[in-house]
Design a protein around this ligand. Structure first.
Ligand SMILES: C[S@@+](CC[C@H](N)C(=O)[O-])C[C@H]1O[C@@H](n2cnc3c(N)ncnc32)[C@H](O)[C@@H]1O
Length: 233
């Protein structure tokens, strides 16, 4: 019990979840996403950490999987059983095509919580995972929702299970930015605050990497990417 009011997820249903435009932007971007964001050294390194830290055949959930490349593919090629979820039907379609050995569902992150469709007790329950990767997907949520989302992910992990999380380092909340010809809303934290939010959600942070990243596209500014390697405490 952390005593911070999140443990029963009771506040979650009172959050107003406005996803307007978020999936549509990624639906429209489709295959171009991989061209705009090449050379993902940081993400590949964190994917490798996850792939090598788990015994072959482990169940791994890729949250906000996008095109499935590089991460779902990397984990699947390492011999893990990968389940990917994404809000954008277009991204799910691309991911299914690019990573045929993995299983993909169109789902909102919020649907993974206890009582949600894909969460514990839901009619499409995904079950328990040995590892979860959430690379640049929690950036798409308002800050008020992120602690709940992290707790929902923790709840899907077996005891001692691993979480690989990446965020862009930025002190912003539900902030509209231009993104490959569309507008999306993003949130972020400075690194100390991110560590705090993740620890408060019941994770032990076992590793951290920082990467400076410049996307190929000119309308997306250079960014500092934070990768946290965590274990369910
Ligand atoms: C910046 S992309 C990252 C994609 C992939 N993880 C990667 O690193 O290449 C964010 C992804 O999160 C998905 N997304 C946005 N909001 C979401 C939500 N509420 N639930 C699930 N996925 C969401 C988007 O559709 C998009 O594919």
């Amino acid at each position: 019990m952390s005593g911070d009011g999140y443990e029963e997820y009771e506040g979650f249903d009172r959050l107003v979840l406005d996803r307007t435009g978020q999936a549509e932007a990624f639906d429209a971007i489709g295959d171009r996403y991989d061209e705009a964001f090449p050379h993902k050294e940081g993400q590949l390194a964190s994917g490798l950490w996850m792939a090598e830290s788990l015994p072959p055949g482990s169940r791994v959930l890729d949250v906000g999987c996008g095109t499935g490349v590089p991460t779902a593919r990397q984990l699947s090629e390492a011999g893990h059983r990968v389940v990917g979820v994404d809000l954008s039907p277009g991204m799910v379609e691309v991911a299914r095509r690019q990573v045929p050995d993995a299983e993909f569902h169109r789902a909102d992150l919020a649907d993974l919580r206890a009582g949600g469709r894909f969460g514990p007790g839901g009619d499409r329950e995904l079950g328990e995972f040995d590892g979860i990767v959430a690379f640049f997907s929690l950036v798409m949520l308002p800050r008020a929702e992120i602690p709940y989302a992290l707790r929902a992910l923790r709840n899907l992990l077996r005891p001692g299970g691993l979480l690989g999380l990446s965020m862009v380092e930025a002190d912003v909340d539900d902030f509209a930015i231009p993104f490959l010809g569309h507008t999306i809303r993003v949130s972020g934290y400075l690194r100390e605050e991110l560590r705090q939010v993740v620890s408060d959600a019941g994770f032990e942070i076992t590793g951290e990497e920082t990467h400076a990243y410049a996307p190929a596209s000119t309308d997306v500014p250079p960014e500092i990417q934070l990768f946290l390697h965590c274990r369910r405490a």
